[in-house]
Design a protein around this ligand. Structure first.
Ligand code: C2O
Ligand code: CU
Ligand code: CU
Length: 437
């Protein structure tokens, strides 16, 4: 932080090697010349001030993903603010009411800006941090698409193929911008690993059983007690976070297990530590208003489109439009038959009302649905059981032809996005908004 209390975030171009055995440097866009951007660590309830300077050649914004934030600070270009033009600054100022693992990222043409590196971790510490800094590790995971020369593939950015199928999937993973980094841990000690999936569209498949890991928190929100994960694979969708508790006894690795061959993307080297395992700290819960299902208003959201949907020109405010931001794109996907931000919200809620959102995925693809400004519980899921705890989340995965119900209290006034966090899907139609009065 600087003297005036502002954390500086400077968005700009940067050249960086992504593949360790290639000398080629990629054309990235980053915050403060690093990818991911700097870890912003603040205390719960503290006033956060961030000054964004835009040194890119196109407008940008910053969104504070998962924070129950003042609507004007939510950073959604075209909905909550005008994007910040090149050469200008914007001051974000907010209070983060909930401790946990969050992240920040560009929210204008996110499919492009996030793919190029405009994101970073946002950690809100408990008033009394439960894990000290040596036992609290942030792992920002990204999935890049590299050319055969090892440079970021820019030519396929925005391709119809990605937009109409499963999104932009990469072929090279990094953690905190590095390829297969090693973390040094001590045996018998408790570690909090904060995993953030910053991929555009990759659903990570992990094997927590092998690790004996327990879940401390999903999407920043602690569970009442650390819970052993006893199934595999464990899915971490784009934008989702999980805080894992590990008490290592020997070297281990985090692996992506979706392909034929699992591969490691983070290694942990474990040295002799405590003789006796230490007691496992439990995180304090955040105070999020509990949905009252007996008084809920149900809103249906039907998701359609995909490879078969075809591209249709969108007419907005009487004009046929082209381009790539939220209100100006061609349609591949739709919510209730409408692509992108209609002039009318999906629904209006009065403040404090419980909303049950019944999402029906009428597509052949998995989606990662994200709600801005609120946390919800998944209360029902067709063809699958829901976690007994119904943990708070801000992003949920929904499988092909699945129906999922989420419930939340619409208590944060303003205009909020609801979109697929597979950023190509969002760009190609999977966006809507709701208003809390
Ligand atoms: Cu992580 Cu609408 O964003
Ligand atoms: Cu968000
Ligand atoms: Cu999607």
């Amino acid at each position: 932080a600087k003297d005036d209390g502002f954390i500086e975030l400077i968005a700009g171009p940067m050249k960086q090697k992504l593949h360790p055995s290639s000398p080629v440097r990629s054309d990235l866009w980053t915050y403060n010349n690093m990818t991911p951007g700097p870890e912003i660590r603040v205390s719960q309830g503290a006033r956060v001030r961030v000054r964004l300077t835009n040194n890119l050649e196109e407008p940008t914004t910053v969104h504070w993903h998962g924070i129950r934030i003042d609507n004007r600070m939510d950073g959604v270009a075209g909905l909550t603010q005008d994007a910040v033009p090149p050469g200008e600054t914007f001051d974000y100022e907010f209070v983060a009411p909930d401790a946990g693992t969050y992240w920040y990222h560009a929210h204008n043409k996110s499919w492009n800006q996030v793919a190029r590196g405009l994101y970073g971790p946002l950690i809100v510490e408990e008033a009394e941090p439960t894990y000290d800094r040596d036992h609290d590790l942030t792992l920002v995971i990204d999935d890049w698409r590299l050319n055969s020369d090892g440079a970021l593939d820019l030519s396929s950015l925005g391709s119809l193929m990605d937009w109409s199928h499963g999104g932009r999937l990469g072929n090279w993973m990094t953690v905190n911008g590095e390829s297969l980094p090693t973390f040094d841990l001590r045996a018998g000690e408790s570690y909090r690993l904060r995993l953030i999936n910053a991929s555009n569209s990759r659903v990570l498949e992990l094997d927590p059983v092998k690790l004996g890991a327990r879940v401390l928190a999903y999407d920043g929100q602690p569970l009442p007690a650390p819970t052993l994960l006893d199934y595999s694979p464990f899915l971490l969708g784009p934008a989702q976070r999980v805080d894992l508790l590990v008490v290592p006894d020997e070297d281990f690795a985090l692996e992506e297990v979706s392909g034929d061959e699992p591969f490691a993307f983070a290694a942990f080297s474990v040295s002799v530590g405590a003789a006796e395992p230490e007691p496992v700290p439990t995180l304090p819960l955040n105070a999020i208003p509990e949905p009252d299902l007996s008084k809920a208003v149900t809103v249906r959201l039907n998701m359609t489109g995909g490879a078969m949907g075809g591209f249709t020109d969108i007419v907005y405010q009487g004009k046929k439009i082209e381009g790539e931001d939220f209100r100006r794109t061609r349609q591949v996907w739709a919510f209730n038959g409408v692509a992108n931000l209609a002039e009318e919200p999906l629904f209006r809620a009065s403040r404090g009302e419980t909303i049950v959102l019944e999402t029906v995925n009428d597509t052949g693809w998995v989606h990662a649905m994200h709600l801005h400004g609120h946390h919800f519980r998944v209360t029902e899921r067709s063809g699958a059981t829901v976690d007994e705890e119904q943990p708070w989340r801000d992003t949920f995965l929904i499988g092909p032809q699945q129906t999922t119900k989420i419930a939340f209290v619409a208590d944060n006034p303003g205009m909020w996005l609801l979109h697929c966090h597979m950023l190509e899907h969002a760009a190609a139609g999977m966006n809507t908004w709701f208003e809390v009065g």
